[in-house]
Design a protein around this ligand. Structure first.
Ligand code: NOJ
Length: 462
């Protein structure tokens, strides 16, 4: 990791969990699940990461716990339980029309106590009641536990969802929806996500996380709503994840328009960020194809702001085919979650046992790419090193350039990036000296008019 040049690693949840949602259903926030090791292993990992100059960011899951969490066991035990109000219990079966993100009613009826509890995700992931000060305090204690163990920041899960409408108003139907009724996308989640009061929880989390550590927030929202999560100065997330590249059409005009909209919306004094892939979305190399994956890497690592790279994307891993009998995720996300391919050997250098998901193409592995100076891994290293060394790329301004169907932009005073996102060769009225190209073969060329092969990108000194 350190040799790749990245400066921090974010670990998805490794806490004690029945793994119904692969760690996002936590039964003990302060324990390491035995399938991953022990707290001592965690401490050793942090120490080793810090020794090599890497910072460690943990996943913090405030919105829900596992139904196996002792808090929920107490809460469901009786209506009089002191922890009853730690979760969202309401009369009615169901109390309203809210639908779970994974499909089906977001309420599960509890026969014994005659009420329903709310769960934005699986029934095994009951939502906590963030309006209850005891819940907040208990969850802030979790943050303090990990802060005391030396972590450098948190990625906060499902940030938009932490508060829901108190009067349980029905979510409105999506106009023109003619698909099934029990699907999340059939309703506009107006009363279950992104309530104005969520900003107050964001501010409380910022105070709890502090300024010496990074606060990243998972927020899937249109840009004008997304940037609200930066909050007023010092009160919001440092980096509300910007997922928009994942959903953008792979097209120069569409991406230029997206970057401009986002650049214009990021508040003064706030820092942008970009994401091309994560454990919830098909991998970038599968979305845009192996050839465009290099251009995608150049885009991610040359836009203004902090990039987040999903493990395996640096070697061009694609989604794996998961046979029906090996499907484990409730939301169909197994293909992008296959283990890292370190080597071409049977366990991929990842395990000597049988991983719970199939391994991908043996030819795509770190070891093979280490030996190839033109591999996509080598490209990532060079891009990351160049970012670090070139002030224009780190802190320089962003300006879109008009370039004949090629996606082109200027960073700072003398850096121009040009990417051919099409499947055919393109030429553009751009000149300068090539500093880095996606094929790692053209550095030093000084074209008068730039020619780019399909999927090719260059960084010019211009
Ligand atoms: C977002 C996480 O990234 C996803 O993997 C998880 O299923 C949901 N939040 C629920 O925690």
């Amino acid at each position: 990791m350190a040799s790749l040049g990245v400066e921090a690693i974010w670990l998805t949840p490794f806490y004690a969990s029945p793994m119904r949602d692969f760690g996002y259903d936590i039964s003990d926030h302060c324990a390491v699940d035995p399938s991953f090791g022990t707290l001592e292993d965690f401490d050793a990992l942090v120490a080793e990461a810090h020794r090599t100059g890497l910072r460690v960011i943990l996943d913090f899951v405030p919105n829900h716990t596992s139904d196996q969490h002792p808090w929920f066991a107490e809460s469901r035990a009786s209506r009089e339980s002191p922890r009853r109000d730690w979760y969202l219990w309401r009369d009615g079966n169901p109390p309203n029309n809210w639908i779970s993100v994974f499909g089906g009613p977001a309420w599960t009826w509890d026969e014994a106590t005659g009420q329903s509890y709310y769960h934005a995700y699986l029934a095994e992931q009951p939502d906590l009641n963030w309006r209850n000060p005891e819940v907040r305090e208990a969850m802030f204690a979790v943050l303090r536990f990990w802060i005391a163990r030396g972590v450098d920041g948190f990625r906060v899960d499902a940030m938009r969802q932490v508060l829901k409408d108190l009067s349980l108003r029905d979510n409105p139907a999506v106009e023109g929806w003619d698909g099934p009724r029990d699907v999340y996308a059939s309703l506009r989640p107006e009363f279950t996500t992104d309530l104005d009061e969520v900003q107050e929880v964001v501010a409380a989390l910022r105070r709890a996380i502090g300024d010496e550590r990074l606060f990243m927030a998972e927020v899937t929202a249109p840009i004008p709503r997304l940037v609200r999560y930066y909050g007023a100065a010092g009160e919001g997330a440092h980096l509300p994840f910007n997922f928009h590249l994942i959903f953008a059409d792979w097209d120069a005009a569409a991406i230029a328009a997206l970057v401009e909209e986002y650049e214009a919306a990021v508040p003064d004094g706030a820092w942008p960020n970009w994401v091309l892939g994560n454990h919830d979305q098909p991998r970038v190399a599968s979305r845009v194809g192996p050839r465009q994956a290099r251009a995608a890497a150049m885009l991610l690592l040359t836009l203004r702001g902090t990039p987040t790279l999903y493990y395996g994307d640096e070697i061009g891993m694609e989604d794996v085919l998961v046979p029906p009998e090996r499907v484990v995720d409730p939301d169909g996300r197994d293909p992008e979650r296959s283990p890292m391919r370190w080597t071409g050997e049977p366990g991929a250098g990842f395990t000597s046992g049988e991983p719970w998901l199939p391994l991908g193409d043996p030819a795509v592995n770190v070891e093979a790419q280490e030996a190839d100076p033109r591999s996509i891994l080598a490209l990532h290293r060079r891009l990351i090193a160049l970012r670090g060394a070139r002030e224009d790329l780190l802190t320089g301004s962003y300006e879109t350039l008009q370039a004949d169907g090629v996606l082109a932009y200027r960073r700072g005073t003398s850096t121009v990036v040009a990417l051919n996102l099409t499947g055919a060769p393109r030429s553009a009225a751009l000149s300068g000296e090539i500093v880095l190209d996606t094929g790692l073969a053209r550095a030093g060329e000084r074209p008068d008019r730039l020619q780019l092969a399909a999927g090719e990108g260059v960084i010019l000194d211009a």
